[in-house]
Ligand binder design. Structure first.
Ligand SMILES: O=C(O)CCC(=O)C(=O)O
Length: 267
């Protein structure tokens, strides 16, 4: 396992294309992080109260943070503002050859049980698509995580380059728990990306990765994807900004793209 240095914005596109991830530091100021952190804690508090059993049993993340269920309009606007921030836009432009669409948000935290194992996976394995399609789509469909750490954390472990290629036999057996392997078994040729407050890890959801639990991790994940109906059909309309919210969003393009495709598809 190697550890990873930060990438400057100019080398981001190259790093993402070859490795499948890049770590960007120092993009946000402390007052911005403070405001976001407070919103995330309010969300987490409310979400935990509504999902106590799941949280205590096995949860490592929640999702749909921009929905109306747990946050008021001001707090949701803090999230919309960040998702549509010019700095986020400049990263999206470097990674997506065309427009990117807003997909979802997630909040990652530690499992209640400190012995709960983590698991290698590719997000694409949960789409329900047959494996030969998943394999083909690795190179043609882009789903991007931008993970912003609010607390220092061990971060993620990734297999560099695995966003463009299918698993080796060993990786496959571990990920799918075959041949006596477990999905938390160690893999060779990995990179661990430890994160400090304010670090942004940009990585392909297609690649082999697992969370590294520990410390007081609390990370906000912003998900963007290619503008395709089959990817944005799962977006909850209640997670999207309403007309008046667009006043606070510097770059509305990812939201507008999602709204456009959903409308075209009659969703
Ligand atoms: O941090 C974790 O626990 C896993 C992260 C992950 O799998 C993801 O962001 O897709």
């Amino acid at each position: 396992m190697t550890s990873v240095a930060q990438t400057d914005l100019d080398s981001l596109a190259g790093a993402y294309a070859s490795e499948g991830f890049a770590l960007v530091r120092g993009l946000f100021e402390e007052p911005e992080l403070k405001q976001l952190h407070e919103v995330l804690l309010r969300f987490h508090h409310s979400w935990r109260a509504a999902n106590t059993q799941f949280y205590e049993a096995r949860a490592i993340n929640s999702a749909y943070l921009t929905d109306t269920e747990h946050l008021n309009i001001e707090d949701r606007r803090v999230l919309f503002r960040l998702l549509g921030d010019r700095r986020i836009e400049s990263i999206l432009r470097r990674i997506f050859p065309g427009p990117a669409a807003f997909m979802n948000t997630q909040l990652f935290f530690n499992p209640v049980n400190p012995k709960q194992p983590n698991y290698w996976h590719r997000d694409i394995q949960y789409t329900g698509e047959p494996e030969d399609v998943q394999r083909e789509e690795l190179n043609s469909i882009n789903v991007l995580h931008m993970r912003l750490a609010l607390m220092p954390e061990p971060g993620l472990e990734l297999v560099p380059g695995s966003h463009k290629r299918w698993d080796t036999e060993e990786e496959y057996c571990v990920r799918m728990e075959q041949g006596g392997k477990k999905s938390f078994d160690d893999l060779p040729n990995t990179a661990a990306v430890a994160m400090a407050r304010g670090d942004l890890l940009v990585f392909s959801a297609n690649m082999l990765h697992r969370g590294l639990y520990g410390k007081d991790r609390l990370a906000f994940d912003m998900l963007f994807c290619d503008p395709l109906e089959r990817l944005v059909k799962y977006v909850r309309p209640s997670c999207l900004p309403e007309e008046k919210d667009f006043e606070v969003i510097a770059n509305p393009a990812p939201f507008l793209e999602t709204i456009r495709i959903r409308k075209l598809a009659g969703l």
